[in-house]
Structures are given as structure tokens and as C-alpha cells.
Design a protein around this ligand. Structure first.
Ligand SMILES: C[C@@]1(CC(=O)O)c2cc3[nH]c(cc4nc(cc5[nH]c(cc(n2)[C@H]1CCC(=O)O)[C@@](C)(CC(=O)O)[C@@H]5CCC(=O)O)C(CC(=O)O)=C4CCC(=O)O)c(CCC(=O)O)c3CC(=O)O
Ligand SMILES: NC(=O)C1=CN([C@@H]2O[C@H](COP(=O)(O)OP(=O)(O)OC[C@H]3O[C@@H](n4cnc5c(N)ncnc54)[C@H](O)[C@@H]3O)[C@@H](O)[C@H]2O)C=CC1
Length: 188
């Protein structure tokens, strides 16, 4: 099955990360590119997670997960080395209308993490539907080399044009032409 590639606004969403090891750290550092409204529950916490949580002022609870902990969260990421806990929290998430992502099996997940490039207003996300995270990572590296360093400036110019010119056919054609011309300058 493929996953619908939505770009979520996390501004007022409360995120819970369960787990404090190697994989939890990767997920945390990626989440922090988009929100810092993150709480963490974990039995143990790596020194990297401790340091990052302190720096970002996150709410950290060092203890085992207990039933009901997700009640006040919109999104939960379960990055523990315990598949049955992942399955339990996934089941529980359905009752609380909470989106759940578990790191060990796509059976227990509403969404997965993609590999992504984030440069100013540009976000490119890549998924292999779980078939090969390693390839997703390599594709990211490949595409990263194609993106020029002035992309943020170009996007700002386009944003201003879209905000100031009246909507309509003329604006659509002009914006399309500008986007095409901008990309023609890339070496290929
Ligand atoms: C389903 C998914 C669920 C999810 O995590 O959301 C998932 C699951 C699993 N990953 C595993 C292994 C690895 N994961 C990575 C890396 C990343 N994994 C990420 C996402 C996803 N991983 C989701 C699917 C994404 C898609 O659609 O492709 C990335 C893209 C994003 C991120 O982590 O934020 C990030 C790269 C970020 C970047 O750098 O750009 C590497 C490579 C490395 O670490 O260098 C390896 C080793 C090589 C390999 O296995 O390919 C294992 C087996 C563990 C084991 O064998 O013990 C499972 C579980 C299983 O498959 O059973
Ligand atoms: N999705 C992905 O990208 C990847 C997933 N994995 C999977 O991720 C899982 C976690 O791997 P690591 O982070 O390397 O393990 P780890 O051993 O470094 O971390 C596990 C964490 O879970 C916490 N934990 C365990 N039971 C808990 C409980 N009942 N309540 C609260 N916290 C609890 C531990 O305290 C620890 O912080 C593994 O099962 C592995 O197969 C591994 C690689 C990549």
C-alpha cells in the first residue's frame, strides 16, 4: 500500500514520542524541523536525546509508558524496542483519535516518516512505502545535489508575485513561465 503524501501543519498539534534510544533520536531530530510541541516518555534516555530535549525545552518523562498516556496527544511516535508495546499503543490510538506511527512494522502505523529535503519554503519528501528506507535516504542525497542554493530567494519572489498580482489566467501563465525559466537555468 502507498501512503498519501500530505504536508501537515503541526502548529497546534501535541506530539508524543515514546522511546529514548537511537531511533527515537532520529525521529525527534526530524520532527524538530517542523515542531517543538513534543513530549517524550521513555524508560531510558540517551545523552543525545537529553541534550536535544534540554536545548529545545521539551517535556520529558523518564518512566515506562502506561495505558492512557496518549489521551492528550494528537500524534504519537512509538520508537521502542518492543513490538508488543508498539501494537498496544497503536490499538489504543484508535480510541483516542490519535495518529500513531510505530517504527517496527507498517501493520501498526497510520503514517510513516519519509526522507526529506527542507530548504527554506521547499520541502521534498520521499517514501518507498517502507520497501527500502535505505533507498529513500540515497534518493534524498541525489536530489539534494540538484537543488540550487538560491531556491529560497526564488520562492520568496514567487510568493510575493502570488500575493500582489490579481488571481486569474494571466497570473497563472506568467507564474508557470517563470518556474519553467528558473529550472531551465539548472545544468543538466
Ligand atoms: C516504514 C518506516 C517507518 C518509520 O520509521 O516511519 C521505516 C521502518 C524501518 N526502517 C528500518 C531500517 C532503516 N531505516 C533507515 C533510515 C530511515 N528510515 C526512515 C523511514 C522509515 N523506516 C519508514 C519507511 C520510509 C519509506 O517509505 O521508505 C527514514 C527515511 C526517515 C526517518 O527515519 O525519519 C530514515 C532515513 C532518513 C534520512 O537520512 O533521510 C535506515 C538507513 C540508515 O539509518 O542509514 C535503515 C537500515 C537500512 C534499511 O533497512 O533500509 C527498519 C529495519 C530495522 C532493522 O533491520 O532492525 C524498519 C522496520 C522494518 O522494516 O521492519
Ligand atoms: N523505523 C526506523 O527507521 C528504524 C526502526 N528500527 C527499530 O526501532 C526499534 C528501536 O530501536 P533503537 O532505538 O535502536 O533501540 P534502543 O534500545 O536504542 O531504544 C529503545 C528505547 O525504548 C525505551 N523503552 C523500552 N520499553 C519502554 C517502555 N515500556 N516504556 C517507555 N520506554 C521504553 C528504552 O528505554 C529505550 O530508550 C527497534 O525495534 C528497531 O528494530 C531500527 C532502525 C530503523
Amino acid at each position: 500500500m502507498s501512503y498519501f503524501p500530505a504536508f501537515l501543519n503541526l502548529e497546534d498539534k501535541r506530539v508524543l514520542l515514546v522511546g529514548g534510544g537511537v531511533v527515537a533520536y532520529t525521529k525527534l531530530s526530524h520532527l524538530l524541523d517542523f515542531t517543538s510541541n513534543i513530549s517524550i516518555i521513555s524508560l531510558d534516555l540517551s545523552s543525545e536525546i537529553r541534550a536535544l530535549s534540554k536545548k529545545k525545552n521539551l517535556h520529558v518523562m523518564q518512566r515506562a509508558y502506561s495505558k492512557g498516556d496518549i489521551a492528550n496527544f494528537d500524534i504519537v511516535i512509538v520508537a521502542v524496542d518492543n513490538i508488543s508495546l508498539q501494537a498496544e499503543i497503536f490499538e489504543e490510538s484508535k480510541r483516542y483519535n490519535c495518529l500513531c506511527s510505530c517504527v517496527d512494522s507498517t501493520k501498526y502505523t497510520h503514517f510513516i516518516f519519509g526522507s526529506y529535503i527542507k530548504k527554506d519554503d521547499l520541502t521534498i519528501a520521499i517514501s518507498t512505502s517502507g520497501s527500502s528506507p535505505a533507498l529513500a535516504k540515497q534518493l534524498k542525497k541525489y536530489f539534494l545535489k540538484l537543488i540550487p542554493s538560491d531556491i529560497g530567494i526564488f520562492l520568496q519572489e514567487m510568493k510575493i508575485l502570488r500575493e500582489t498580482l490579481p488571481k486569474g489566467k494571466e497570473r497563472m501563465q506568467m507564474l508557470q513561465r517563470r518556474a519553467e525559466d528558473y529550472m531551465k537555468k539548472w545544468s543538466n
